[in-house]
Structures are given as C-alpha cells and as structure tokens.
Design a protein around this ligand. Structure first.
Ligand code: UTP
Length: 473
C-alpha cells in the first residue's frame, strides 16, 4: 500500500474523510499531515470542539507569595531576606548555571506588527527593538558576572527565518552567534468549529498555528536545547516572554529564591504583581483543590474577581506576569509526559480557510474555528513547592499586546519612561513633572548603562532634565 493510501485510511479512521479526499486531489498535502498527531485528533475534537470544556470547579483561595519589600508584606505575602537570595542568585550566575529563555513564537495578532514581535521598536526614545533590549541586558549581565550567558529563543515556523535574519542583520546585537540557539515550537491544526474538520489554508497545506507558549517544554526537548543546557552545567531556565521590554531576563533575587531557598523545591517559580484592578485581563495565582496554579481571568466568577480582603486589596489579585524560573529537570519531566503533559485550551478564532469542495478560499465574518493552545504555567500544578515572588509592577511590567490603549506600545513607552525618570530622580537628577506629578520628558536608559537605579551611581548624569526633552542614556 502506498503512503497516500495508508494515510487516507488513517484519516477516515480519525473522522477526517474530507481530508482524505483533499489528499487524493493534492498529494503534497502529505507533508503537512505527517507532522500532525492524527491519533490524538478524535479525542481533541470530542473534548474541545464538539463540547466546550467547563472551567474546573472548586473554591479559590489566595496563593502564598513572598516579597523582599517590607511595605508589601501582608497575610498572604511573606517577607523574605533580599540579601541572602541576591547572593545565592549571583553565585548561580557566576557558576554559569542559568540560561535566558525568550518565548517568541506567538502570532502577535492583536498588535498587528508586520514581522516577529521581537523586532518591534519598543523603547521610548530610540525605538530599540525588543530583541535588542534583551540582548543588551545579557551583555550587561555577562560583564557583571564574568562569563558568557546562553540565550535560547523559541520561534515558530511562521517567524523563524525572519527572526534569524533579523539577528544576522544586526550582528546578534554584539553577542556571539554561538551563544544563541533558536528553535521553532510545535504547530497545531485549526478545526472548523461546527464539525471539527481540520481546516486547510490552501489545497496543499493545513491551517496550522503555534501550539501555545506551553509548547516550549516539547520544543526545548525536541530541539536538543535541554540536552545542550544540561551538557553545559545549566540547571535553571530564566523564562520570559518577548512582549515585555522591562522583563529582567536574569534576576538574581528571583533565581536565588527559586534554587536556594526553603520556599521552593527548585522546580518552577513565578513572579507576580498586584492586579491593577478587578478588570485587568491577567490570570491570577490561586489555590484550588490544595494546589497553587494560575486561574485565567475568563474562568473566574464576578464575585471571585471583585472580592477584597480585610485590607481592601483584591483577594485574588496576584497577577501572573509570565516570568518564571524552570529547572531543566522539571522541563524534561513535563516534556517526557507527552500528550498528557499539559491541558489544551480552546480559543475561538476567525480563520480563513480553503474549501476543497469549491476550490475557493473563504474569509469568514466572525469566529469560525477552534485553535488549541497549551500554557507554560499549567505545569505549575505538578511542581512541588512552587515559589511566587511579588515584584513591583512599575519596574518590571510594560507589556506590548495591543495596537492602541491598554497594554499597547504607547502605554509601554510611558511606563518605561516613568521608570527611568524615577531612577534619575533617585540618583539626584532634577526631573520635570507636571502639576499631576506626571513626568514631563521622555527618558530611556539602556541596560548597558544601568540595569537598576543603583547602577547609576557610577554614571555621569546631568543635573536636571529640561521639560519636554527626550533623553537617552
Ligand atoms: P500571547 O498570549 O500574548 O500571544 O503571547 P501572541 O501570539 O503573542 O499575541 P496575540 O494573542 O496573537 O495577539 C505571550 C507570549 O507567548 C509567546 C508570544 O510570542 C509572547 O512572547 N507565545 C505565544 C509563543 O511563543 N507561542 C505561542 O504559541 C503563543
């Protein structure tokens, strides 16, 4: 039997007879079909397309977090010793046990930027692209800790070549090419929401999209990145997402908490910030059924979202900012579990598709398709003693998700500029502010100049900033 015939049989068996017909008409579809786990399809269609998964039930309780800031400590946020964690994390960096990991395989549909999101001009004065800002942090960290730091970047099939081209065009931003490893994540086909048919994007290709940031575990394993890390004595993966220019790619306090503290088993740690308000669309850290995890905002009831504690703070307000430290061993364990490793999440999306019956491409008016994604933080449920560190929102979180409004490039630039203005003030520079206390200047400080306000102590600074000025240091 030819491979086409046997594939047709398998497609019939897994409830995709239209795909079998499409394959007979266009044999080169075989290439895409080989990449799909066909055996998993009937169950995925049954669980996520024909039926809608209901959010898990059960009460939610606030997760226990830690902070190094005495002013932030509450009943559920315990104070821990910053100096001890910092020196533990610095030792890990000096020993070369930490790799930076950026997930950059998303489609960035909300932002609408024509290119990989990491190429987006993000900084407030010079418009440096996100990838350059992270590279500068790594360069600064290498200088400080005296050894090269490896940088792993997860791309997708859709943006891998362009991302590699961008790094080459920019000479890897001053890093050595050999210290950077890029690898594409897995892809999942989109299903038509009515019938669960796998959609085609044209006569010879399936409509595929990246399988979510949770696909990073399998991608780390399949690419050989985990082997490479372990071979080099790296045991902690410092994970962040490409769309937050303020994400500290290596944070000694966080690393120390993860690997060398009683709070953590050293498997999976997270950062959190207090939610800006009940309506902010971020998942929260909470305990359900005895185990801490992240609950999506869309899975919370109105009363869970708005409830406050005795201090007037949101009871479930520990917002997930997508910064984690993951041990290599834990990542391998999740990846080895394969299909059973992490749950799938359903997203209803508008997906243009090729209809083999009419040989036409159909552009739907509204959501017609189901995409399935995995989330990196779902692994937390299987981790022993996952630590959660509360950090200051204003200094670490300026996400670029949307074209305008909340979490846009504009709001991110304002947050970055406000932070750098406050750094200058703390270093004794007079910084102009309007009557509401808002910064009246645009300020940018390169990670090569300072990674924190304290680093400005050795930097020559102006006495004052002129109102309305744009200043880049
Ligand atoms: P988002 O969940 O914001 O998705 O990704 P997105 O694809 O970038 O943007 P939209 O939803 O289409 O507008 C958060 C982070 O996770 C990465 C993204 O690149 C970003 O760094 N990500 C997301 C992946 O690496 N792979 C995915 O499949 C999804």
């Amino acid at each position: 039997m030819s491979e086409i015939e046997s594939m047709c049989g398998r497609l019939q068996q897994c409830g995709q007879p239209e795909l079998a017909q499409a394959l007979v008409a266009a044999p080169s579809l075989l290439e895409d079909l080989r990449r799909v786990d066909l055996d998993a399809i009937p169950s995925l269609v049954q669980r996520f397309v024909r039926s809608r998964p209901t959010p898990p039930e059960g009460d939610l309780a606030p997760a226990t977090c830690v902070t190094t800031d005495a002013g932030s400590a509450t009943d559920t946020v315990r104070l821990v010793d910053q100096a001890a964690l910092q020196s533990a994390g610095e030792a890990m960096l000096a020993e070369g046990r930490v790799a930076v990991f950026t997930v950059a395989g998303g489609q960035g549909t909300r932002l609408g930027w024509n290119g990989p999101k990491g190429t987006f001009p993000a900084s407030p004065v010079t418009g440096k692209p996100l990838f350059r800002l992270f590279a500068e942090q790594i360069l600064a960290a290498q200088g400080r800790w005296g050894r090269p730091i490896r940088w792993y970047i997860m791309t997708s099939e859709a943006n891998d070549a362009e991302t590699r081209g961008f790094f080459l065009d920019n000479r890897c931003f001053g890093l050595d090419r050999r210290q950077i490893m890029m690898f594409p994540q897995g892809m999942m086909p989109a299903f038509d929401a009515a019938e669960g048919r796998v959609l085609l994007s044209d006569s010879t290709s399936l409509a595929m999209s990246p399988d979510g940031h949770g696909g990073c575990y399998a991608a780390l394993l399949n690419s050989g990145a985990l082997d490479q890390m372990e071979g080099r004595g790296i045991d902690a993966i410092s994970y962040h997402q490409v769309d937050n220019p303020l994400a500290p790619v290596l944070d000694p306090v966080f690393l120390g908490l993860h690997a060398r503290s009683d709070e953590s088993s050293g498997e999976f740690s997270s950062k959190m910030v207090s939610k800006a308000g009940p309506d902010e669309k971020v998942g929260v850290f909470a305990i359900r059924g005895g185990a801490p995890g992240v609950v999506e905002y869309s899975d919370m009831t109105e009363s869970q979202t708005t409830a406050t504690d005795s201090g007037g703070h949101l009871r479930l307000g520990a917002g997930n900012v997508a910064m984690h430290v993951i041990s290599c061993e834990f990542a391998r364990r999740i990846a080895d579990a394969g299909e059973a490793s992490l749950p799938w999440h359903r997203a209803d999306k508008k997906v243009a598709f090729y209809d083999p019956a009419t040989s036409r491409t159909v552009t739907p008016e509204g959501p017609n398709a189901v995409k399935l994604e995995r989330f990196v933080f779902d692994a937390m449920a299987t981790a022993t003693r996952p630590a959660i560190l509360k950090v200051d929102r204003a200094s670490q979180f300026a996400p670029i998700k949307n074209a305008t409004g909340v979490d846009s490039a504009e709001s991110s630039r304002q947050i970055q500029s406000a932070l750098y203005g406050s750094w200058l003030e703390s270093a004794g520079v007079r910084v102009p502010r309007d009557e509401d206390g808002r910064l009246d200047a645009t300020i940018e400080i390169s990670p090569l100049t300072a990674l924190s306000a304290a680093d400005l102590a050795d930097v020559p600074l102006p006495e004052a900033i002129t109102p309305g000025a744009s200043v880049s240091l």
